[in-house]
Design a protein around this ligand. Structure first.
Ligand code: URA
Length: 222
């Protein structure tokens, strides 16, 4: 390896654990989300579209079971997902991703985690946990548009690990390098599927350039 080359594992754009969906349609929806002039309804629409693309990518290579079927002409073999993932939106902002994710994987079950953020300390403040007790044989997709400090995601991974989860994917619209670094410390190891790795966080722990408060932009200010 060239002495100046960055090792793959430390570069979020090339790490196996970080998958960036790089597609013109994803770029276009992300632009709509970033634009401050986008109203709440258009924001929710673009978030739903982009969620579809992220879920499509997150399921790439998922295990399949063969299914015998009959076409109008012959008997043949099709397939279905062997183990549909549990979908876990992190409330409030993850709510805008769950309907579309569930539409794509209708056989999935859905759990919920609610985490507010303390605006002074930027620490996660958990207020809801509704998850199956045993996740040892279930892949889990955690849905949260923004991976900022990683505090909410790391808390959620801890809840899942406590229920035996070993196969966890974080599905996020925008990720900050700080959040990716926090995810790298998690056990079990977490795969990230995102539409963008942004520059970093500002002094209020908002992602820059980012898209603002993903909850407020969907549902209005609290
Ligand atoms: N949460 C958001 O909604 N936006 C950010 O930029 C960071 C955290």
């Amino acid at each position: 390896m060239d002495a100046d080359a960055t090792p793959a594992a430390t570069d979020p754009h090339t790490s196996d654990a970080v998958i960036v969906v790089d597609h013109p349609l994803a770029h276009a929806r992300l632009t709509t989300l970033r634009d401050r002039r986008t109203d709440n309804a258009a924001f929710r629409g673009a978030l739903a579209d982009l969620t579809q693309m992220l879920i499509y990518e997150a399921l790439c290579g998922a295990a399949e079971d063969p299914v015998g079927i009959e076409t109008p002409l012959v008997t043949t073999t099709g397939s279905r997902l062997a183990t549909p993932p549990l979908l876990v939106p992190v409330l409030r902002a993850g709510l805008g991703m769950v309907e579309q994710a569930h539409a794509m994987i209708p056989e999935s079950n859905v759990g919920f985690v609610g985490i507010a953020r303390d605006e002074e300390t930027h620490e996660p403040v958990p207020y809801l946990e509704s998850l199956p007790t045993d996740l040892s044989r279930t892949p889990v997709f955690v849905l949260d548009p923004m991976l900022a400090t990683g505090g909410s995601m790391v808390h959620t991974i801890g809840l899942l690990a406590g229920r035996g989860a070993v196969d966890v994917t974080a599905v996020c619209v925008v990720a900050a390098p700080e959040g990716i670094a926090a995810l790298a410390t998690c056990s079990p190891p977490v795969r990230l599927v995102t539409a963008a790795v942004d520059d970093g966080l500002d002094e209020n722990a908002y992602i820059v350039p980012g898209l603002g408060d993903a909850g407020d932009r969907q549902f209005g200010p609290r």
